[in-house]
Design a protein around this ligand. Sequence first.
Ligand SMILES: Cc1cc2nc3c(=O)[nH]c(=O)nc-3n(C[C@H](O)[C@H](O)[C@H](O)COP(=O)(O)OP(=O)(O)OC[C@H]3O[C@@H](n4cnc5c(N)ncnc54)[C@H](O)[C@@H]3O)c2cc1C
Length: 395
Amino acid sequence: MTEFDVIIIGAGPAGLSAATELKRLGVARVLVLERERDAGGIPRHCLHSPYGMREWHRVMFGPAYARRLVDEAREAGAEIRCQTTVTALRPGGEVEVSSPDGVHILTGRAVLLATGARETPRAARLVGGTKPGGVMNTATLQGFATFSGGLPFKRPVIVGTELVSFSALVTCLTHGARPSAMIESGARPTARAVMALAPRLMGVPLRFGTTITAIHGRTRVEAVTLDTPEGAQDIQCDGVVFTGGFRPENALLRNSPLAVDAGSLGPRIDQYGRLSDPAYFAAGNVLHAIETAGWCWNEGRRVARTIDAALRGALPPLGSTLITAKADTDAIKFALPQVLSASDPSVAPAFDRMQLRLSRAYRGDIVMGSTTHRVESRPERRILLPLPRVTEPGP
Ligand SMILES: Cc1cc2nc3c(=O)[nH]c(=O)nc-3n(C[C@H](O)[C@H](O)[C@H](O)COP(=O)(O)OP(=O)(O)OC[C@H]3O[C@@H](n4cnc5c(N)ncnc54)[C@H](O)[C@@H]3O)c2cc1C
């Protein structure tokens, strides 16, 4: 069994910024584990901007941004091991890893979960029909564009209107594909309304109130059936890109001793980013699918500072005060942190505000503890509110 001060699972913006910050703070043995062949996380696949504005005040493309994160972590002295997948989390910071060298157990005095998020695949969307090639998520689409030099279709249908859906649109248009339609089940785009101009300016029909009910084709996609306000319609296409519907990459949590939040589906954390087993911490999209890279990068840095405090024995004990956010309806998708530990003025919380997300549009009160906040927001937008005060510190 090999021991490290900190083991970081996931070499995306959150994990790499945490590694750099931990080394900057003087932590000796920092190991980053990454299941892919190369470090860098999602930005490695994204041939577009904007990345890097919060971090370095410049606009960068994904691959250059990812390279800079990796270079900074390595130059700071962190060790990065790729093709190494963490397969189990055990109590007290013991992790099981699988790599070309076999299966090993590694121990960290602290372990940071920075495994990111994934999109909802076709199977989970209950779309009928056949199972031909050419059906994918945005991450796979971007992988084709970045690593295979081209896309496997010319006229796909893009399902969804989140920010990432427009990223899929741009990837298609810049790699020789012209989507036959972009569809959205709601009456408005999930991303900001102005984004709806993009497909229209580029001559791609954007259809609201429309869902995909079936995919047709033997080896390749040939058509899809749409449920539209005018009734069922078949349209010709040669691919389908299911975009968004992000959820935390939480496979590791399922068989672990760590508490999971039923709203976010990520781990339950306190304001220091600490999980129900205090050897574990989390940062980035594993907490809140999905934020920008800069937001996740900043969380990685902030949680690194609380990990450093924990290693020095300076972090207040893990509390048990659960925070609940209540609205008049069931509009709240999740709120984090979910637990408040006692605060200590010498250690800044990694999460100094509550982050909330709504599952649908809401205008009304949100009550946390003894405080009521007036909120008006569309679904899937970040809402930041002050942390409630702890009246009863945990044990
Ligand atoms: C298509 C697309 C376009 C985007 N465009 C932009 C943009 O233009 N600008 C922007 O700011 N943001 C953009 N984003 C969002 C941004 O990329 C993410 O917010 C950011 O990458 C999240 O960082 P992270 O470190 O939390 O996770 P990730 O970048 O997802 O990194 C997590 C890493 O953990 C690894 N991992 C997971 N499980 C394990 C395991 N068990 N063992 C070992 N390793 C594991 C994964 O392989 C991955 O490398 C985009 C996202 C997508 C999907």
